[in-house]
Design a protein around this ligand. Structure first.
Ligand code: MF3
Ligand code: CO
Length: 253
């Protein structure tokens, strides 16, 4: 499928979908604490999304059973919320969720520290977040898609972390996953030219050790192959004539 260019009307709807999702993440940041189950995080997430008159886009996506992916420590992405998975002091918790507003999707992820975490874990979270910002320096009309990939990769590689290659970012719009795929690792070809009106979900997934991953027996949860800690940061971004617009920003970056 070709990459979609959103019309001014569609951009307004994408902006609202993004703004509301930024608010969802801000609210979720306030409930992450030792003792909460990952299932409770999902209940709260779904309730917030529906209270905005929106629909959770992850729920039932290819059979996925929840509104948010909650991935703890060595879990990279797609952790399924469970009553008996309890968040502990010292955990790092990645929350990935999205919603549909009037037919338009948004998608964003944050990794939270629970109480005191090690300086090494804190650096992993910070480098993962910053790699997104390094990437979007290249998210400008006239540049190429893989300028984003290569900027993320160069920054992450300078810390010696493992970049997950098995999963990538993606275009987004009237569907959660549209073309193009957006790798976070270095690319030899330059990729498609970026154009105003493209909306992209850019989402580095970074491991402290190897970038290789495995799947748990639930067939969803992705874990680092060496069980090292993993972090995730994602926003839905609009390509404009000038600066990229981060649609899912919220108050907490
Ligand atoms: N946020 C994921 C992505 O970026 C989508 C998760 S799909 C789900 O592509 F089924 F796990 F929800
Ligand atoms: Co995504």
């Amino acid at each position: 499928m070709a990459i979609t260019i959103k019309s001014p009307r569609e951009i307004e709807l994408m902006r609202e979908a993004g703004r509301l999702l930024g608010q969802v993440h801000d609210e979720l940041a306030g409930i992450i604490r030792p003792g909460i189950s990952t299932k409770e995080i999902d209940r709260v997430c779904e309730e917030i999304i529906r209270s905005y008159g929106c629909t959770p886009n992850f729920l039932h996506y290819q059979g996925y059973p929840a509104s948010v992916c909650v991935s703890v420590n060595e879990e990279v992405v797609h952790g399924i919320p469970r009553e008996n998975r309890i968040i502990q002091e010292g955990d790092i918790v990645s929350l990935d969720t999205g919603l549909i507003y009037q037919g338009y999707h948004s998608d964003a992820a944050r990794t939270h520290a629970v109480g005191e975490i090690s300086p090494a874990a804190r650096q992993l979270i910070e480098v993962t977040r910053q790699s997104f910002y390094e990437g979007i320096k290249m998210a400008r009309a006239g540049r190429h898609l893989h300028d984003i990939s290569n900027a993320i990769a160069a920054y992450v590689n300078s810390y010696g972390y493992g970049i997950v290659e098995a999963l990538v970012g993606h275009g987004i719009g009237t569907r959660l996953h549209e073309d193009p795929q957006i790798p976070n690792f270095s690319q030899r070809r330059r990729g498609v030219k970026l154009r105003p009106g493209m909306t992209l979900a850019i989402e580095p997934m970074i491991n402290m050790g190897t970038g290789d991953v495995d799947w748990l027996d639930d067939d969803w949860t992705v874990v680092s192959a060496d069980d090292s800690l993993s972090a995730h940061y994602e926003n839905t971004v609009l390509i404009t004539e000038g600066e990229p617009e981060i649609l899912t920003m919220g108050k907490i970056p």
